[in-house]
Design a protein around this ligand. Structure first.
Ligand SMILES: [Zn+2]
Length: 238
């Protein structure tokens, strides 16, 4: 399979919350998209791997992705080990994505920053000919970092105003995470996730505002942007 765009993240629902609108927008433009969840989210305070897998499949359908898979790395232990990198490199060789979206490399949750390193190094290894792995060597052309969780300035913002409602539905597909908090009100664990959805909506509004549209998703790339036509540049200055 040759994917145009693959989003990699630590837990099911990370992708929906950070770049779901962009995935849907690219699918609507005819690109083949995919999601690779590194873990099954089995350490989540709510739900279990079975229900989360069902929710992830439903969300994938809503975002029109062609492929979704789980790498099988243990939740809360997303380490960039040699073994995990080889697993990931094998998937990259199989899917051959032109562009890969990774989480930003600094985060509060160790799984998120480790997912960033594991993702980058797995993509790099996939291109090494001498690797003891099946499949043709392959390296993605472009790596983008999703920075919705991070406090850094993005390189660009994707206008997802037209995709926003469907992205919202995909997030709500995770009923165990975002549904009514039944029976666990006495829990001493602070479920930040209860507020996460609202916070993400606010972020999409904030980044949309920065490019003069209703909703946006922010990304960062390490390379500079190449521009051919400075007259037709978008986003008003004054
Ligand atoms: Zn996560």
């Amino acid at each position: 399979m040759n994917l145009d765009l693959l989003a990699i993240a630590a837990h099911p629902d990370d992708v929906e919350l950070t770049c779901g609108g962009t995935l849907l927008k690219m699918a609507q433009q005819g690109y083949k998209t995919g999601i690779l969840d590194l873990t099954a989210g089995e350490m989540g305070t709510r739900g279990n791997p079975e229900t989360r897998a069902k929710e992830a499949a439903k969300a994938a359908k809503l975002l029109r992705v062609k492929w979704r898979g789980t790498l099988g790395v243990p939740d809360s232990d997303v380490q960039p080990t040699r073994q995990h990198k080889l697993y990931l490199a094998a998937v990259i060789r199989q899917l051959r994505p032109r562009t890969v979206v990774l989480p930003y490399w600094e985060a509060r949750h160790p799984d998120h920053y480790h997912a960033s390193t594991l993702g980058y190094e797995g993509c790099f290894l996939a291109g090494l000919k001498q690797l003891p792995l099946e499949g043709e060597p392959f390296r993605p052309f472009k790596i983008l970092y999703s920075i919705s969780y991070a406090d850094v300035r993005p390189t660009f913002v994707v206008d997802i105003s037209a995709q926003y409602r469907q992205r919202h539905r995909a997030i709500l597909a995770y009923g165990t995470q975002f549904g009514p908090n039944s029976g666990s009100t006495k829990s001493k664990v602070f479920l930040a996730i209860d507020r996460l959805e609202g916070q993400m909506n606010q972020l999409a509004r904030h980044y949309g505002e920065m490019i003069g549209v209703q909703y946006g998703e922010p990304f960062l790339q390490k390379e500079l942007m190449k521009v051919d036509d400075v007259v037709k540049l978008e986003v008003r200055s004054i």
